[in-house]
Design a binder for this molecule. Structure first.
Ligand SMILES: Nc1ncnc2c1ncn2[C@@H]1O[C@H](COP(=O)(O)OP(=O)(O)OP(=O)(O)O)[C@@H](O)[C@H]1O
Ligand SMILES: [Mg+2]
Length: 238
């Protein structure tokens, strides 16, 4: 079952936040999700210990370089979705997770420095593709962007990615208090109190659009893979 890893060697890019947003929205849609917390800071584990973690999400908190491949394989055999949160560095753990992923999401904030760190994540993915002789789908997710304006810097970065044939999500995870609140109050966006957290409805809409795009992406990737397999079978059985 699909393994989705959040990767960016830059700390604070929005990996853990986007991972929780995706996992909780998938859970609300009724899917079982395993979250692998592969960051020694254990942000996901801390979130899961707060009230309101959906019962269909299980969190594995003991993931390390030595165990990550086994944990990913075990999780993907048991639940429809596996979401892997990684540390903000380029380690062997990150490389192993990339090699086992059906989709790598690279959260980046809209500055040139962040784009440079995002490019390092892409280099790491391409190294793993070469090492394992397979395509590893990935897409950039712009995080903490303004819902009101697209600054010139962000537009410039988007153009750079397009020119380099780097795919990015149409949906951006905007800067919203609600996403921060998940780590204070726990649970899901839907379980937060709109009297305590501003802009909740917009945050939920934004999270749902992101989740729908991830699912669309995974579908596309699996169709492309099936077509590739059918083509190789044609070659073999000709
Ligand atoms: N869309 C968002 N809206 C508002 N705040 C956000 C958003 N995304 C992330 N943040 C905030 O930015 C900070 C960094 O986010 P987060 O912890 O998700 O990044 P990270 O990539 O997991 O960092 P690390 O590499 O240290 O694990 C946190 O304080 C988080 O609350
Ligand atoms: Mg994190």
């Amino acid at each position: 079952m699909p393994v989705i890893a959040f990767v960016n060697p830059k700390g604070g890019a929005g990996k853990s936040t986007s991972a929780v947003v995706l996992a909780t929205e998938l859970a609300i849609k009724g899917a079982g999700v395993v979250m692998l917390d592969a960051d020694p800071n254990r942000a996901i584990t801390q979130w899961s210990k707060l009230a309101g973690c959906p019962p269909s999400i299980s969190v594995v908190s003991t993931v390390s370089e030595a165990t990550i491949i086994d944990e990913i394989d075990r999780a993907s055999a048991s639940q429809p979705f596996v979401v892997v949160d990684l540390e903000g560095t380029a380690s062997m753990t990150v490389a192993y997770a990339i090699s086992r992923s059906d989709l790598v999401i690279i959260p980046i904030q809209g500055s040139q420095l962040d784009a440079k760190e995002g490019a390092k994540a892409i280099t790491l993915i391409r190294q793993q593709e070469r090492a394992f002789g397979k395509t590893i789908p990935f897409s950039v997710l712009f995080t903490r962007t303004s819902s009101a304006i697209i600054p010139r810097t962000l537009r410039h970065i988007q153009e750079q990615f397009i020119n380099n044939a780097v795919s990015s999500f149409k949906t951006q995870l905007h800067e919203r208090e609600a996403y921060r609140a998940l780590f204070s109050f726990g649970g899901t966006l839907e379980s937060l109190n709109s009297k305590e957290v501003s802009g909740l409805t917009k945050a939920i809409e934004n999270a749902r659009a992101f989740t729908a795009e991830v699912i669309g992406h995974l579908r596309e990737c699996s169709e492309i893979q099936s077509q590739r397999k059918a083509k190789s079978a044609e070659v073999v059985y000709k």
